[in-house]
Design a protein around this ligand. Structure first.
Ligand code: AMP
Ligand code: GLY
Length: 430
């Protein structure tokens, strides 16, 4: 039998998503070495953290040449939208590195909401009705807003660190915000503004790995974006997640497959977009039908922390199969248990908060404690960000998995720790 290749892997990013990916990659016999740039206080136990910024393509490329890295896994969107995959493909000494993530053209499905909407229109993919305006046609935009049904959704076209979407309850508010966005409220990201119909329903997230032609579908998840219990207060990166999602049944997944996943991948193929990576479909169930709220060109955080522990397949093998054009020969195997993830954040997040606070971790917990904003010094583990940990537990019922994660979140010790105690309980079978 032919000897199977093992990979020297560099993973970019520093969040809970990257700790979960590192944890999974490390389990693969096909991963011989793992580096994480820059990583966090948890990833350092699974591989070597290297102090490189994901946007510093030259330094990352040099590191890959120096360490003979042959697989690059890109966690966050910014380097993808910035064109890291194109940079590697163009570079004589880096073109052989298997990149897990789309080219810039593919990443623009996340990097420009207007481009994503145009793509969905071209391929007849269900999404909210919209128009896009910029300074050159801002008067038209005002007239459009004055006639728009309420509430009105305004979206900065470009990347705005998850803050670029506003849901306005009155036309006056929408007009004021619209002017502020075109005036630079989110910098160049809001030079164009997408004005969108409000869709009323419940959101969920579907993830696929695709080579732009074939795909495999990963477990479905739901995240909880608001900071406060009962889904109140400011939006965050995500305060918890669960997988599977009780209201997403086989018939809903079938609609998602035929109306959304397949037309999207067909669209990528016919438009000759180089896409070898994850697509994260941010979906909303309106009545009995799924609509696309957004595309992301990467895995979600904290959805990854619920999805990846349920995936039984070897992730390195899936990545290799994607690059060899044989993803369709892979059978995805999923742990049938529920995974529930509860995020422990620094008090004050998503506003201002203090970092550098010492952390005590519980010993002997049967949850997975994925680090996000943590840092290991020579002697101490310290907080180093807004979202500090993502605690995942698995159990036969959602209620049990949630109870375990809440218990572990409770046992993690750092001053001003905050976590939502209600994650997932809205979906527990009564
Ligand atoms: P996005 O960055 O596009 O995911 O938007 C952030 C959040 O805004 C989404 O997760 C939804 O909760 C909400 N949202 C975005 N677009 C719409 C819409 N058309 N209707 C209702 N809610 C929306
Ligand atoms: N949890 C949402 C995201 O990763 O964008």
């Amino acid at each position: 039998m032919q000897q199977q290749k093992s990979y020297r892997i560099l993973l970019l990013g520093s969040g809970g998503r990257e700790h979960a990916l590192a944890w999974k990659l490390k389990q693969s016999p096909r991963c011989s070495h793992l580096w994480i740039a820059p990583g966090n206080g948890g990833t350092g136990d699974l591989g070597t953290n290297v102090p490189l910024e994901p946007m510093d393509f030259t330094a990352i490329g040099d590191h890959c040449i120096d360490k003979k890295i042959d697989m690059l896994v890109i966690g966050p969107e910014a380097p993808l939208v910035g064109g890291i995959v194109d940079y590697f493909n163009r570079h004589l000494q880096l073109a052989q590195v298997l990149c897990i993530g789309p080219s810039k053209a593919g990443a623009m499905l996340e990097g420009s909401k207007d481009m994503a909407k145009q793509f969905m229109m071209r391929h007849d993919i269900p999404t909210a009705i919209y128009r896009t305006f910029s300074l050159s046609n801002s008067d038209e935009g005002q007239a459009y807003l004055r006639k728009h049904d309420l509430p009105i959704v305004l979206k900065a076209d470009g990347l705005a660190a998850g803050k670029g979407v506003l849901i306005c309850q009155s036309r006056e508010e929408a007009l004021t915000e619209y002017e502020m966005m075109l005036g630079g409220k989110f910098g160049t990201a809001s030079a164009s503004v997408v004005v969108e119909q409000f869709l009323s329903g419940i959101e969920f997230s579907v993830f696929v790995l695709t080579d732009g032609e074939r795909h495999v579908t990963l477990p479905v998840a739901k995240d909880y974006k608001r900071i406060g219990e009962g889904d109140t207060g400011l939006n965050t990166g995500g305060m918890g997640s669960i997988s599977p999602v009780p209201f997403v049944d086989d018939s809903m997944m079938e609609k998602v497959r035929t109306r959304i996943i397949e037309p999207t991948i067909k669209g990528i193929q016919t438009e000759k977009i180089d896409y070898k990576g994850f697509i994260f479909f941010g979906l909303i169930k309106v009545g009995i039908d799924p609509y696309v709220i957004e595309y992301n060109c990467r895995m979600g955080d904290p959805e990854t922390e619920s999805v990846i522990p349920r995936l039984k397949n070897d992730l390195v093998e899936l990545f290799e199969a994607m690059h060899h054009g044989v993803l369709d020969a892979q059978t995805i195997e999923i742990d049938p248990r529920f995974a529930a993830t509860v995020v422990c954040a620094s008090g004050g997040y998503p506003g201002s908060y203090t970092s550098g606070i010492p952390i005590q971790l519980p010993s002997g917990s049967d949850s997975l404690i994925f680090h996000a904003g943590t840092k290991m010094t020579a002697t101490d583990l310290l907080t180093n960000g807004g979202r500090v940990f993502a605690v995942t537990s698995m159990a036969d019922t959602l209620a049990e998995a949630l109870a375990k994660s809440n218990q572990t979140a409770n046992e993690i010790g750092f001053e001003e720790k905050y976590f939502r105690r209600d994650i997932g309980f809205d979906l527990v079978a009564k």
